[in-house]
Design a binder for this molecule. Sequence first.
Ligand code: IPM
Ligand code: MN
Length: 347
Amino acid sequence: MKTYKIALLPGDGIGRDVTAAAKAVLEKVAARNGFSFAVSSYPWSCDYYLEHGSMMPANGIETLRSFDAILLGAVGWPRKVPDSVSLHGLLLPIRKAFVQYANIRPHRLLPGVQGPLRSENFDILCIRENTEGEYSGAGGRVHQGTDSEVAVETSVFTRKGVERILRFGFEQARARRGKLASVTKSNAQKYSMVFWDEITQRLSAEYSDVEVTSYHIDAMAARMVMAPDSLDVVVASNLFGDILTDLGAAIQGGLGFAASANINPNRSAPSMFEPVHGSAPDIAHLGIANPIAAIWSGAMMLEHLGETAAAGKVMAAIEATTARGIGSIPGKDKTDAITSSVLSALD
Ligand code: IPM
Ligand code: MN
């Protein structure tokens, strides 16, 4: 029997509740489909930081490297540890170290979920560059604490980085409805974003079956609200993708439904699967977090591992649950009730 080695990083706040739900669903579907998981859980989090002075041990990355995949809940608890410390100590280094350059986030309405828009027929796949751009971490502060203080933070766009995420976008579009929207702000940012547009143009010759359109980020924000059904695959830089995917979460009914996968496409290191929502300190440990985004992320993990049939069964169980009105209305059902419903829908 095939056994997949999974590193579980529940992290902070509701990350713990929702990863427990996802783990239960994944283990059940595995048992039904002739494979299993060997799950190792690590307590790396803001609590861990308060005890040990770091978000993960010095060999954390090397520890994770031997796994087939990583399932992560959420990182951050700003009252305990500044977000700039906790995120740069755990989530962001994993994305970079494991070259998880494609952050994939599907945005569509699950059955029974009421979105805020009139349009209900959109099915968007956002692909966010996940290792460089505005998140490169190149910069510094000088004259700190004086009135001459200067802060510089430079976006870094490499040919390799831009080309590989665009190719990934073209491939995804080719496998879906054949439309790619490439998002920049090249009317204002004349170096990095013009560079991105040029590479989009050049690659389009190789993917003549894909219809590619370049949009500015501001226009894309409006389009995602006004005409979301006109979109198929959307590819954007790290920060632009971050912002657009919270908008995507909003139009799909809320962050409780927004799943994501941090993918290393050439599989030289593990990929990581996590719901888009954060640790939500205000509702942590109340048992009311919606586990659907985490369970859906688990389905994306199954897909990545090649367990396509099991992934389809998990998606069908999620959809059967929301279609019955369970977990479909934010705040209505408890975490356990939603999880139980997904588990029994697997039967
Ligand atoms: C996300 C999150 C992270 C990001 C934060 C927590 C650093 O907002 O995954 O979208 O900006 O990438
Ligand atoms: Mn975000």
